[in-house]
Design a protein around this ligand. Structure first.
Ligand code: SAH
Length: 244
């Protein structure tokens, strides 16, 4: 049998209406789906009857190798990530694992939490912004601190992915303390949780109040730049037009 193919698919934040048509078509076409169990459950209705390669949260490389093996076996494989597969997702590791293999690969973009969460809050990322993951699983905490200080010094609006987990309950308060070295406590901030899923919520606060907000693995945090304002309950970073 000839080689199959691998689609690396960003599913968006959750919910079919936030998936692209291209992602839906690739899911339809594949006969084998690989991904973290929670995400496979989210798309249960779209992948009924298809072979599944399911591995735990921290078994990403195993999942990539299993996807490659299935494709070498002639299968059309969909490797799925939440949001966009290229943003703290599976696209990078898959491309590295498949280096030198004859299997064709297509990376299909999805709506990352910065965009879907930004839309829930209003328009916090109108101008230049940076994303920092607070997970120190693969990045040393010193590097994370350095990036937070760089973003604050550059007056970037900031999106924090992975702001908390059971093992790192203090990550957000630590990040806040670093940002407060440079930024005023009045800086407008927002949190979004479970975007596109059951229990979706949004909160507006300030940098001074951010550390005390409840926050977990399903939360994404937004920190405004020096111009960001609260406008009728929306978080808005002005584009800079005169007359507004
Ligand atoms: N590839 C994903 C990010 C994976 S890292 C993307 O592009 O969105 C995991 C982090 O992403 C979470 O800790 C959270 O900060 C954010 N995230 C992913 N899905 C989310 C959702 N539905 N609601 C809120 N935050 C989400």
């Amino acid at each position: 049998m000839g080689n199959g193919k691998i689609y690396v698919i960003g599913l968006g934040p959750g919910g079919r209406e936030q998936m692209t048509t291209r992602a839906l078509r690739a899911l339809e076409e594949c006969n084998c789906v690989a991904g973290y169990g929670l995400y496979l459950n989210l798309i249960e209705g779209l992948i009924a009857g298809k072979e599944r390669i399911e591995t735990g949260m921290t078994r990403e490389l195993e999942r990539c190798r299993a996807a490659l093996d299935a494709a070498l076996d002639g299968k059309t494989v969909a490797l799925v990530s939440s949001g966009d597969a290229g943003v703290y997702g599976m696209a990078g590791p898959l491309l590295e694992v498949c280096a030198g293999s004859p299997v064709p690969i297509e990376v299909i973009p999805g709506i990352t939490a910065a965009c879907s969460g930004g839309a829930l809050l209003g328009s916090p990322l109108t101008c230049d912004f940076a994303c920092v993951s607070l997970s120190d699983l693969l990045t040393p905490w010193e590097v994370i601190e350095q990036r937070l200080r760089g973003a604050a010094a550059g007056d970037f609006a900031l999106v924090l992915y992975n702001p908390s987990s059971k093992k790192r309950a203090d990550a957000l308060p630590r990040a806040c303390a670093i940002l407060l070295e440079t930024l005023p406590p009045e800086t407008i901030c927002g949190l979004v949780r479970s975007i596109g899923r059951k229990g979706e919520s949004r909160t507006l606060t300030t940098l001074g109040g951010l550390a005390a907000q409840p926050c977990d693995m399903l939360t994404t945090v937004f920190i405004g730049n020096s111009k960001t304002r609260a406008v009728d309950g929306w978080m808005v970073t002005p584009r800079g037009y005169r007359g507004l």
